[in-house]
Design a binder for this molecule. Structure first.
Ligand SMILES: [Zn+2]
Length: 444
C-alpha cells in the first residue's frame, strides 16, 4: 500500500477542541505541516504512514499556546525571588540585563526555554525580549512556532551597544528575513505604557498598521502602575493606550490585573487580548485579574507564563491549574472558571487571539501542532474526566510527544530538536557570570 501520511498517530483519547467532546481510539494523519485526516482508528491506516506513533494510554490534543513570555530570562530563574515588584524590576532585573545580556546570553537562554517549552507541550510562544534575530535563530532551530516582538522603551536597552537605538530598523531587517517563514512571525513589543512616551507609542502604532504587525505590551500589571498613570496622564494605562489608538484585536496585553469598569469596556470594544499570568502575578504580589468576569464581558483571554524570573517555569499546564483555582478563590465562586474553558484558553482561543486562524484545533486542514500526554501515572487514573485531569491533576512533564508544524520535536519524553546536555552546560556557564554580576549590583 502506498504511503499516504508523513506521520500517523493512534491515540486512546483525543480532544480536538472544536467542541468539548472526547473521542476514543482515534487516528490523526499528518501530511507535511497540516492535519490530513482525523478518523476512528483502523489497523490498515498504520500501513499508510511513513512514521507511526502508537499512543496507547495517551491523550492527543492541540499544542499549548503561551501568550506572554520572555524566553532568555530562563537564565535568571530563581534569582531575586521574594522581593517587591519595583525593587525586583528596577533595582535588580533591569540593571542586571544592562550588564550581562548579549547575543551569547540570548542563545543560551532561548535554547533552554525552547527545551523547557517543548518538554511541557508548548508549541506556540508569544515572545518579547532583546536581540530579536538571535532569538529567532534559536527558535527556528528548536522547531517551535513563535511571534517574536522587538522590545521598545524610552530607557536604553541592553542590545543598543550592538544594534543601536533605531529599533524599527531592526524590525524591518527581521521582517525581510522571516516574511515567508512557516513558524516565525515578527511583532512590536512596546515594553509598557509607563516605559514608553506617547510619541514612541504613536510611532509603534503607525508602523504596526503599515506592516500589519501584532503589538505585545505589559498593561496594568500593578496598582502602582495605574496610580502613577492617573497622576501623570489623568488616565489609566488602557485609557491612554485607547486614546493613542494602540488597542485592537492585534494587541496582546499581558497581565491587566487592575482594570476598572471603563478599562474593561475598552477591552470589550477594541477586542484587545488579555494574557492571564497567574503565577507571575501571585509571586510578585501584583494581584489577580478577574478573568472569569472579563470573559463574561466578552473580553478575549489566554494564558501566559511570563518570564522565569517571575514564575519560575514555562509550564502552561501549571498556569492553567493555579489560574483556575485562584480565580475560584478571588471570585468566591467555585464554578467561576471551569477546566474545559481553561483548556480552550490554552489552545484554540490562544491561537485565535494571536491571529492564527488555522491553529489550535485538531481538524483536517489545520496546522499540525499537537501533543500526546501520557496518562499512565497514578495521579491521572482512573480517566474519569480528561479536562479535569489536564487542569487539576497534570503537572506538565507527563507530555510524551510534541509535534509542531508537522515535525516531531519530542518523542518518548526526549527532546529531539535540541541537545539537552549542551543546553544545560551552556546555561551553567552563564550562571557563574550572572551570580558575579548580581553581587556587584547589590554592592556585596
Ligand atoms: Zn512580562
Amino acid at each position: 500500500m502506498s504511503e499516504k501520511f508523513d506521520i500517523g498517530i493512534y491515540a486512546d483519547f483525543l480532544i480536538p477542541m472544536n467542541s468539548s467532546k472526547v473521542k476514543e481510539k482515534f487516528f490523526i494523519g499528518i501530511k507535511k505541516n497540516r492535519i490530513a485526516t482525523v478518523q476512528p482508528y483502523k489497523p490498515q491506516l498504520k500501513t499508510k504512514c511513513k512514521k507511526f506513533i502508537f499512543g496507547k494510554n495517551m491523550l492527543c490534543m492541540p499544542g499549548l499556546v503561551n501568550g506572554h513570555v520572555h524566553l532568555p530570562m530562563t537564565l535568571f530563574r530563581g534569582l531575586e525571588d521574594d522581593v517587591p515588584f519595583h525593587v525586583w524590576l528596577f533595582e535588580r532585573i533591569l540593571p542586571l540585563e544592562q550588564k550581562i545580556v548579549d547575543k551569547g546570553f540570548i542563545k543560551a537562554g532561548t535554547d533552554l526555554a525552547a527545551l523547557e517549552s517543548i518538554r511541557f507541550g508548548v508549541t506556540t510562544v508569544n515572545e518579547m525580549y532583546f536581540y530579536l534575530e538571535e532569538t529567532a535563530k534559536s527558535i527556528d532551530k528548536s522547531g517551535l512556532r513563535a511571534i517574536i516582538s522587538q522590545t521598545f522603551a524610552d530607557f536604553p536597552l541592553p542590545e543598543d551597544k550592538d544594534l543601536g537605538r533605531d529599533k524599527f530598523a531592526v524590525v524591518e531587517k527581521a521582517l525581510k528575513k522571516y516574511q515567508d517563514h512557516s513558524r516565525i512571525r515578527v511583532g512590536l513589543g512596546p515594553h509598557a505604557p509607563y516605559s514608553c512616551s506617547d510619541d514612541l507609542l504613536v510611532k509603534i502604532r503607525d508602523f504596526a498598521k503599515l506592516h500589519k504587525l501584532p503589538i505585545h505590551i505589559h498593561v496594568s500589571e500593578t496598582k502602582k502602575e495605574v496610580d502613577d498613570s492617573l497622576n501623570q496622564y489623568k488616565k489609566t494605562p488602557p485609557q491612554r493606550l485607547y486614546e493613542l489608538g494602540i488597542l485592537s484585536d492585534k494587541t496582546i496585553c499581558a497581565h491587566c490585573v487592575h482594570l476598572n469598569e471603563e478599562d474593561q469596556k475598552i477591552f470589550t470594544k477594541t477586542k484587545a487580548v488579555v494574557v492571564h499570568n497567574p503565577d507571575s502575578n501571585l509571586k510578585l504580589a501584583s494581584g489577580m485579574a478577574p478573568i472569569s468576569e472579563y470573559r463574561e464581558k466578552g473580553i478575549s483571554t489566554m494564558f501566559g507564563t511570563d518570564g522565569t524570573a517571575s514564575n519560575n517555569d514555562l509550564s502552561v499546564l501549571g498556569a492553567m491549574d493555579i489560574g483556575t483555582k485562584v480565580q475560584k478563590l478571588s471570585q468566591k465562586k467555585e464554578s467561576s472558571f471551569g477546566a474545559y474553558e481553561a483548556v480552550r484558553m490554552a489552545t484554540v482561543e490562544g491561537a485565535r487571539n494571536l491571529g492564527y486562524s488555522d491553529l489550535g484545533t485538531i481538524e483536517e486542514g489545520m496546522l499540525a501542532d499537537m501533543i500526546l500526554l501520557d496518562l499512565s501515572f497514578p495521579h491521572l487514573q482512573p480517566v474519569n474526566n480528561i479536562f479535569s485531569h489536564l487542569v487539576y491533576s497534570a503537572q506538565g512533564l507527563e507530555v510524551d510527544t510534541t509535534i509542531c508544524d508537522g515535525k516531531i520535536l519530542m518523542k518518548n519524553k526526549k527532546v529531539l530538536s535540541l541537545n539537552q546536555n549542551q543546553v544545560f552546560s551552556n546555561a551553567q556557564k552563564w550562571q557563574k557570570k550572572i551570580e558575579k554580576q548580581l553581587r556587584t549590583i547589590k554592592g556585596e
